[in-house]
Design a protein around this ligand. Structure first.
Ligand SMILES: Cc1ncc(COP(=O)(O)O)c(C=O)c1O
Length: 433
């Protein structure tokens, strides 16, 4: 076995979380205000203030507070479809029959809205520099599907992707961008010579306040835009699509997606702590980087010239030559331990034995059972059916699956002490003995 029990390493008494909510007290005040004024609804001062705070911070004109990031992504994707292709027939989604390019390595919430709107996702492979959508693969995809007009772009783990290249490609092809900044609130990106926030880079932008995010509302999300008309449309859809009539009149499909005034109170109370959370997460990242400097691993990368991540989750990837054999089917993972080597499965199982929580990297969408029949495009072109039993085509590229196989998310809770983190580092070092 590669992992060597070393003397005094005992499981943590208190569970170490991947990323748990960090409350400060003001949240309770705003929640109580909602209670005391009886605005226990999807209307109220907390919602107005939370929208104002986020729009100002991100540098967009309008924010619409919604029940979750997935709702924001759904309405953003629906809106993009309607802008591109007009109002759908009553029983059809706005992307009916249309192809949409999407980040491959992400949470399925990023891209499910394409299916909600009857579109067909084509997954775009990942690059090694930021672990986000590969502009070269996107360019290839446009050469194969020149008519595509929509791209869903996620920034993973708080690290901005190559948005400048991707925006340039999309502009050239007349395509719109839905930006999934669910994980990257507070991450900055240098666009030209101007620093901007993620959440302002697309045509339709989304963030999440899910319980494990950099700040939380316990749940919640926001749609961000510079267009008043778009903000009003999303607000209408999110409140059951009421028309202007004295009764409940409906001419299009609606949703109950609005944020509650209680949740907005939590968001409002959390907001002043965003930069503190980012600083804590950055310190965690730096401590891991230093702690692992003698191991054959590296941290999730970012472009220092062009971005300042929010460091939401610290992740690591094991050098190819130091991977022990590991196999994963749809539901299980096994590995063969070897000395001086390890693998994500061994590390995650070991962390769990020590009462600490890590997580596999997002399994790429093109490898998910539900999306296996969808096209997958790499920097070499079609990413499926490229191996050949008789010759080495050298074309079987799959960066997302490689990062999934060799990478993992580390415990990144901002309440973890330096001593606890040092012990996590020690546990991981022991996996390589
Ligand atoms: C990349 C990404 N997109 C979308 C979402 C969905 O956000 P929510 O959980 O608020 O619906 C999440 C997180 O949960 C996410 O990590």
């Amino acid at each position: 076995m590669a992992f060597r029990e070393s003397g005094n390493l005992k499981p943590f008494e208190k569970h170490i979380w991947l990323s748990s909510p960090t409350m400060h007290g003001e949240e309770l005040k705003y929640m109580s205000d909602a209670f005391n004024t009886n605005w226990m609804s999807t209307v109220g001062e907390n919602i107005d203030k939370a929208e104002e705070l986020l729009a100002d911070y991100i540098g967009v004109k309008y924010a619409v507070a919604l029940s979750c990031g997935t709702a924001a992504l759904h309405l953003a994707t629906k809106l993009a479809g309607e802008k591109l292709y007009g109002q759908p027939r009553p029983n059809e989604g706005t992307l009916s029959g249309k192809t949409v390019f999407a980040s491959d390595c992400t949470f399925d919430a990023s891209i499910n809205p394409i299916a909600y709107e009857d579109g067909n996702a084509v997954f775009i492979d990942t690059e090694y520099d930021t672990w986000n959508m590969d502009p070269k693969a996107l360019e290839k995809a446009f050469s194969i599907y020149p008519d595509v007009k929509l791209v869903v772009l996620a920034h993973l783990y708080g690290t901005p992707g190559k948005a400048e290249e991707i925006k340039e490609i999309c502009d050239r092809h007349g395509a719109l961008i839905v930006e999934d900044a669910a994980e990257s609130l507070g991450a900055k990106y240098k666009l030209g010579d101007k620093w901007v926030e993620t959440g302002s880079l697309g045509d339709y932008n989304c963030i999440s306040f899910n319980g494990n995010k950099i700040i939380t509302g316990s749940s919640g999300g926001m749609f961000l835009t510079n267009s008043k008309e778009d903000a009003e449309k999303v607000r209408k859809w999110s409140t059951q699509s009421r028309e202007n009539a004295p009764w409940y009149q409906h001419e299009e499909i609606g949703y109950n997606y609005r944020m509650s005034n209680v949740i907005a109170g939590v968001v409002r109370g959390q907001f002043p702590y965003l930069s503190e959370h980012i600083a804590q997460k950055k310190a965690i990242y730096e401590r891991y980087k230093e702690g692992f400097k003698d191991l054959p691993v590296s941290m999730n990368p970012f472009d220092r010239e062009k971005s300042e991540p929010n460091f939401w989750l610290s992740c690591m990837i094991i050098d190819k030559d130091y991977m022990c054999p590991q196999a994963r089917d749809d539901n299980h993972a096994v590995y063969n331990s070897e000395s001086n080597k390890s693998c994500p499965t061994e590390i995650l199982e070991t962390l769990s034995r020590f009462n600490a929580e890590g997580r596999p990297i997002w399994k790429p969408m093109h490898a998910q059972p539900i999306y296996r029949s969808h096209p997958f495009i790499t920097a070499n072109g079609n990413g499926r059916a490229v191996s050949n039993a008789y010759i080495d085509t050298g074309k079987a590229l799959d960066v997302g699956m490689d990062i999934f196989s060799r990478g993992l998310c580390l415990p990144s809770d901002n309440k973890m002490t330096a001593e606890e983190q040092d012990k996590i580092i020690e546990i991981i070092k022991n996996c390589f003995r």
